[in-house]
Design a protein around this ligand. Structure first.
Ligand code: KG4
Ligand code: ZN
Length: 396
């Protein structure tokens, strides 16, 4: 079957088309299209994501991104029959709060033929409420128009599930050199994004236990805040990573808060504050000249904590698979150090991480998780599907 994955929880308008065969535990997944329209330039002027702006941009971008994902350009007009009139009424109701999107939808989407799509998966939470709602309502309108089943997906589950795309992928090197056909359990995922930092025990797909999470800032948020402190752009993660390559990770002895505590929680706000105090002692010129050293030392402190707690949890649960997930999983130093630590401490376990472009927000991850949930029998429909910004992965 073909799954359309729609993601608008933050500042990326993303739609992917996935071809999926077979069931869990070893589905056969092929990513046909993965279109991401980033709003980063717009938000960077404000130093962070502005929810109202994100909502407006999603409205503008959704139809162009959909057309690219489905390779649509020819418009075949259907004759307006009664059925169509009722559908248009439904769509007008669904998109009533988005005037421009509704007009564009009627003009461009309504006339096209139903595409070869069997399921629509859309992020319903967690995320920025206004941003989530645009994606959910757009997906509902498509589902109503084309009579295609719809399913709501948890954003963090998407980040983890996208690891399934690596199974059987010979491009992807698994640490113990065998090609993974399926993800073996128990597994642990470290899911690290701009909004979340969670260490999750996965007993089986869709059976999760949160072992620990951040007590304050998310890991990605810490990268973003520290980048700002030292004059780098937004989002801070990729900027820090880039400049850290030229710096000395031992130049500054930044703290690793709660790293040695027995629980699996994280804390990054003390680390960020330590960087802030250090920067306050420096002149603009000094900051500029030590940017790389500060970035490298901060990045190493964050990675040390993430790796230490993850490996401890992995050993305690004697896991078979470790999955790195979320935007911060795009960080090469984190990927390498986690892989090395796991190889040393738990050599039989398999290390999995999404390709870099699939680590940050995308529609493919939503399509994969949607397929998984659909196959497991989860049902939803466009009449009742809602966005819920506070949704958490363990809440059913
Ligand atoms: O998952 P994601 O794309 O969006 C959210 O769900 O939040 O994650 C975005 C976060 C941002 O905080 C960004 O700075 C961080 O991931 N990030 C990185 C890197 N690329 C993105 N952090 C460290 N190193 C990177 N290369
Ligand atoms: Zn994300």
């Amino acid at each position: 079957m073909r799954v359309l994955g729609i993601e608008t929880s933050c500042d990326d308008t993303a739609i992917a088309l996935l071809e999926a065969k077979r069931e869990l535990p070893s589905p056969e997944l092929k990513l046909l299209k993965n279109i991401v329209s980033s709003q980063v330039k717009m938000h960077s002027e404000y130093g962070g994501v502005v929810p109202g702006l994100a909502k407006r941009e999603h409205q503008k971008n959704l139809i162009p991104v959909l057309f690219e994902a489905l390779e649509l350009n020819s418009m075949k007009h259907e004759t307006g029959n009664m059925k169509q009139a009722q559908k248009i009424k439904n769509i007008e109701k669904i998109l009533e709060r988005y005037d421009d999107l509704l007009e564009e939808f009627k003009e461009k989407v309504v006339p096209i033929e139903k595409p070869a799509v069997d399921l629509i998966a859309v992020t319903h939470g967690p995320g920025l409420e206004p941003a989530l709602w645009v994606g959910v309502n757009f997906a509902r309108a498509l589902s109503a128009l084309w009579d295609i089943p719809i399913i709501g997906v948890d954003h963090m589950e998407g980040h983890i599930a996208v690891n399934l795309l690596q199974c059987g992928n010979s491009k992807f090197k698994i640490q113990n050199s065998k090609l993974a056909r399926e993800i073996e359990f128990p597994a642990i995922s470290l899911a690290v994004s701009g909004g979340h930092t969670q260490l999750i025990l996965i007993k089986n797909w869709m059976d999760y236990e949160i072992l620990g999470e951040t007590l304050d800032d998310a890991a990605g948020e810490a990268f973003d805040k520290v980048a700002r402190l030292i004059g780098l752009g937004f989002p801070g993660g990729p900027e820090i990573e880039k400049i850290a390559k030229k710096g000395d990770p031992k130049a500054f002895d930044f703290p690793r808060p709660i790293m040695n505590r027995p629980d699996y929680n994280f804390s990054f706000s003390g680390l960020k504050t330590a960087v802030m105090y250090k920067v306050k002692e420096m002149t603009e010129k000094e900051i500029k000249s030590r940017q790389a050293d500060i970035a490298a030392s901060f990045q190493q402190a964050a990675i040390d904590t993430l790796v230490k707690k993850s490996i401890k949890a992995a050993k305690a649960h004697n896991i078979k698979t470790f999955m790195l997930a979320g935007g911060v999983a795009a960080n090469t130093a984190l990927r390498e150090q986690m892989k090395e630590a796991l190889k040393k401490e738990l050599p039989e376990a398999q290390f999995m991480v999404p390709e870099i472009k699939l680590a940050t927000d995308n529609g493919a991850m939503i399509a994969v998780a949607g397929y998984m949930r659909y196959k497991a029998g989860q049902k939803s429909n466009w009449h009742t599907l809602k966005a819920d910004s506070s949704k958490l992965i363990t809440e059913e």
